[in-house]
Each structure stands twice: as C-alpha cells, then as structure tokens.
Write a protein that binds this ligand. Structure first.
Ligand code: PAF
Length: 283
C-alpha cells in the first residue's frame, strides 16, 4: 500500500475507488474499503480531519488522530493507497480563505431543507461539500463510497454529484450499510469517547430505531423514539421519521421511510438511522 502525501503523486491512482475518511478508522470504514476493493479498481483511502466542517465549539482539536492504526486497517481491508494531505494541499491559500469558501458553498436542497444535521450544525455541510468536492477534483474517482450511518451526508453528497454531472462525469456514489457492534450500537469514531455507563446508555439509540422498524403512525413513532431515548438518559436533538428521498415529511402512501436520531450523552454527540416500514392500521 502506498502512502501519498503530495498532490503530484496522486495522478498515479486516479480513476479508481475513493473512500474519503477523517481517519480514526474502525470496522465501518474497513467495510467501505473492502467494498471498494471488490470493484476490482485500485482503492484510494483519504485520511484528513477537515477543519471546515467543524464549528468553533465542536471537537476538531480533540478529534481522534490514530494514523499508525489507520494505515494498518486500510492495508488489511485492501486499500491500494492512502492519501494523507496537509491542510495546504486541500486548501491552497490557507484555512481563512477555505472557511469563507465553505460558508458560500452552493449547497444542494437536501443540505438545508430537512432541518436535521443542517439545523443543529448549520456550517457543517458547507465544509463537507467543500472538502469532498476538492477530493473528487484531485482524485478523479470512478466510484466513491460513503456509509449510510451519516445518512444526510450521503444524500447531500449524492445530490451534489447529480447537480454537477458535468464536473464529475462518470462518478458514481456507492452507499454502504451501517456496521454495528454485536449489541446494535452503530460504529463511530466518537464511540471511543464513551465511558462504560455512557456506552450502555448509547444503546437507547439503536433500541429507539428498532422500536419503529414497523410503524403505522409517524407522530406516534417519533414520540416512542423520544420516550426510549429519554429512558436511557439521552438528550434528544432530533428523533424523526422522514422520506428517504427528501428527508422531509414522508410522502403519503409510501411503504418505507427513514428514522433518524441525533442524541447527546454529556458532550458526546451520536447519530444513527434505520429504515422504517410504514403500514396503514388496516393493511
Ligand atoms: O464522513 C466523514 O468522515 C467526513 O464527513 C468526510 C466525508 C470524510 C468529509 O470530511
């Protein structure tokens, strides 16, 4: 596996499968890399903790940086190369300039309409779209892999690519299923912050999602999720059932939707989501 630190060396690996990450790799990332390797194209993993997607009050400085372990996980999962860029390589002209570019980024509607991550983290998707579009421009992938765990992010990036089909002509976004611990907790780089009692409480999120796996009334389903989160001592930021396509209210007559949760345990913020089968009371 090659380790690439400069833009000049990137040319050797263009046109393959891209797995963008912020490092602190876990089994969820490994599953994306394995999916990329199964495409029979070279897999490029990027490791870059992107400052522009963190608000000043968020955990950019504390975000786990585990380069040695990341390299081992990437190699074992089948990565051909890992790109570990400097801030200057991603943001020529420096961070002050990049932050203002992120604030002005022309976002696709799904980045601002649902009032989910966009409401809680208003500057987040500007930074995500800025860095991901820069990585697409630099790496020119044919396929790019994103986890369903960050479901709104996946939908934002998919819509950004659809809206820019002239810029990234043959690029396809590949969604990959959320990987869970055996007890149901979705894998996340932030899980390592949980102390033993918080780790137990965090199970409230997957339990709340399971409670609405089949649902006949959206408002009741949302109330049930909030109740379960509350019982586990989680502070709910949102617990909603939305259209999979728009992430706004489910269209009438749909048979499936998506439950999405963001909840906090102290300073630790966790998100997760799952499919909901919608059934009418009589049918
Ligand atoms: O999901 C992530 O880890 C990040 O948001 C991404 C897509 C790598 C952009 O920094």
């Amino acid at each position: 596996m090659k380790i690439i630190e400069t833009l000049e060396k990137l040319g050797e690996i263009q046109g393959g499968s891209l797995v963008p990450t912020m490092g602190a790799l876990h089994e969820g990332h490994a599953s994306l890399i394995r999916a990329g390797a199964a495409s029979d194209r070279p897999v490029l993993v990027t490791l870059f903790v992107n400052p522009t997607q963190f608000a000043p009050n968020e955990d950019f400085a504390k975000y786990p940086r585990t380069l040695d372990a990341d390299l081992k996980i990437a190699e074992a999962a089948g990565a051909s190369a890992v790109f570990v860029p400097s801030i200057e390589a991603i943001y020529p002209g420096g961070l002050a300039n990049a932050a203002s570019l992120a604030a002005q980024f022309s976002l696709p509607p799904i980045a601002t309409a649902p009032r989910l991550e966009d409401a809680v983290r208003p500057t987040h998707f500007g930074g995500v779209c800025l860095v991901v579009s820069r990585l697409f421009d630099l790496c020119q992938p044919s396929l790019a892999y994103f986890g369903e765990k960050d479901f709104q992010q996946l939908r934002v990036i998919t819509q950004m690519v659809e809206e820019n089909s002239n810029r990234w002509k043959s690029l396809k976004i590949i969604p990959c299923a959320t990987i869970r611990e055996p007890d149901g907790l979705a894998m996340s780089s932030r899980n390592r912050y949980l102390d033993p009692s918080q780790r137990i409480a965090a199970l409230g999120i997957s339990r709340a999602l399971q409670s609405v796996a089949h649902c006949s009334n959206v408002a009741n389903g949302e109330a049930l999720m909030r109740k379960i989160l509350d019982q586990h001592g989680l502070e709910t930021q949102y617990a909603v059932i939305r259209s999979e396509k728009t992430l706004c209210a489910p269209e009438s007559g749909v048979k499936s939707a998506r439950a999405l949760i963001a909840a906090k345990l102290g300073a630790i913020r966790l998100i997760d989501n799952a499919i909901v089968g919608i059934s009418t009371p009589n049918g």
